[in-house]
Structure formats: structure tokens, C-alpha cells
Design a protein around this ligand. Structure first.
Ligand SMILES: Nc1ncnc2c1ncn2[C@@H]1O[C@H](COP(=O)(O)OP(=O)(O)OP(=O)(O)O)[C@@H](O)[C@H]1O
Length: 227
């Protein structure tokens, strides 16, 4: 395989360990994502998709196993180092956009860049370019509340791409949209991903969307298997 962008090895995660409500969600999950690879993650509800994506995106830690991003092992790294890797290497898209309501579409894309040390002028230019590439540059000055659900989600994609990550992690990114809007918005996401040669791990219940990706993996019984 070409350059490895993400490697998960033997990932285990247990919630409420030792308590009556203990849940063993991941039981030794392994996954390698190569550069430019776009992978669909399909799983029954409650199987642990969000848990896996949060661990891959350094938002949570496994109980056992290792996470490598860009060939660099993440266990034992300081919070500061993990935050810096997360900011610069990983983009995250959630089912619900989580945009900041008091900021405009453009500002929502500019803020993570400023946090990463990018100059305001360059951040604005990149934000407008991204909005243009998903067809909503003319909505740059709108606040999220004045955007449709599909437009909000496109802004969320642009925000995830703002710092030119190497890896995009998306948790049912079109799951709250009607089927027609979902298809259009997903098309915009895939356009952005393919244009930038980004690697992506995209959780979806939609098998039609999954079939447009390079590879499909299933999470079941705490393990990842080729589908
Ligand atoms: N913080 C937590 N504490 C205890 N249990 C949790 C916690 N987070 C998740 N779980 C449990 O772990 C299991 C996996 O949750 P997760 O959210 O990863 O599933 P999912 O596959 O993303 O589900 P869905 O498709 O419904 O969003 C579920 O049974 C859930 O109830």
C-alpha cells in the first residue's frame, strides 16, 4: 500500500468497566487507511461507529491497542501533541453540523485556521475557495440559522477541510438530510475529497452511498471486517 495515513491496531474499548452496565464496544479492531483511500464504515446502530471514529480522530483514547496517524504512534503523547496533530492532520464531520451559530458560514471555516496560526487574509481566501467548491460561496455571510440543512452540512465539510487535513472522519455526515438533499450534499463532499486526494473514513447507513467509496468495511461484534 502507498503511504499509510491512519493505522488502528488491536483497538479495544470498554465503557463502565467493572460495573453492571459494562459495555465492551471494540474488541480488537484493526484498520489501515492508505493515502487517497475513501472507506465506508457500515455498522448496525450502537455497534460502536462513533466510538471508533472518536478514537481514530484522537477525541478519545482506546483501553488497548494503538493509533498511528501519518506513521506516528499517538499513545503516550501529551494532550498538547494530540491536539496539534488533530488540528492539523484530521478533519471531523458530524451528523449534526455543530457550526457556531453566532458566526457566519465563512467565519466558521476561518476560525480553525486562525487557531492553527494562519493569517486572516489567507484564511478568508481559503474559506471562500472551499465554499465555492461546494457551490455556496454566495452564502458566505449567512449565519447557520439562515442556511438550509444541506447548506449547513456543506459548511461543516468546508470547516473540516479548512486546515488541509490528511484524513477526514465523518460520522453519518448526511444522516439527518432527506434522501435527495443527502445525495447532492454527499456528491459535494466526495467532489472535495477526490479533488484534494484526501483519505476518508465515512460512517453511513446508506449502502448506495457506501458503494461509491473505494472500499467498505463493517463493524460488528467489536471487530472490523471487509464487506
Ligand atoms: N460514554 C459512554 N458511556 C457508556 N456507554 C457508552 C458511552 N458512549 C457510547 N456508549 C455505548 O457504546 C455503544 C456504542 O456507542 P456508539 O455511539 O459508538 O455507537 P454507534 O455505532 O455510533 O451508534 P449509532 O449508529 O446509533 O449512532 C452503545 O451501546 C452505547 O450505548
Amino acid at each position: 500500500m502507498s503511504e499509510v495515513v491512519l493505522r488502528l491496531s488491536g483497538i479495544e474499548k470498554v465503557y463502565n468497566r467493572g460495573k453492571p452496565n459494562q459495555v465492551s464496544v471494540l474488541r480488537g479492531a484493526d484498520l489501515t487507511v492508505g493515502r487517497g483511500e475513501v472507506i465506508a464504515l457500515v455498522a448496525p446502530s450502537g455497534a460502536g461507529k462513533s466510538t471508533l471514529l472518536h478514537i481514530a480522530g484522537l477525541l478519545d483514547s482506546p483501553d488497548k491497542g494503538t493509533v498511528e496517524i501519518g506513521g506516528e504512534p499517538m499513545q503516550g503523547r501529551s494532550d498538547r501533541k494530540r491536539t496539534s496533530v488533530r488540528r492539523s492532520e484530521v478533519g471531523f464531520v458530524y451528523q449534526f453540523h455543530h457550526l457556531l451559530p453566532e458566526f457566519t458560514a465563512l467565519e466558521n471555516i476561518v476560525l480553525p485556521q486562525l487557531a492553527n496560526g494562519v493569517a486572516r487574509k489567507d484564511a478568508d481566501a481559503r474559506g471562500l475557495h472551499l465554499l465555492d467548491s461546494v457551490g455556496i460561496k454566495d452564502r458566505a455571510a449567512h449565519r447557520p440559522g439562515a442556511l438550509s440543512g444541506g447548506e449547513q452540512q456543506r459548511v461543516a465539510f468546508c470547516r473540516a477541510m479548512a486546515n488541509t487535513p490528511k484524513l477526514l472522519l465523518a460520522d453519518e455526515p448526511t444522516g439527518n438530510l432527506d434522501p435527495e438533499t443527502s445525495d447532492r450534499v454527499f456528491g459535494a463532499l466526495m467532489g472535495l475529497v477526490r479533488e484534494t486526494g484526501l483519505s476518508a473514513l465515512i460512517a453511513t447507513h446508506n449502502l448506495e452511498l457506501a458503494s461509491q467509496m473505494d472500499r467498505c468495511i463493517r463493524l460488528d461484534g467489536g471487530l472490523l471486517q471487509a464487506d
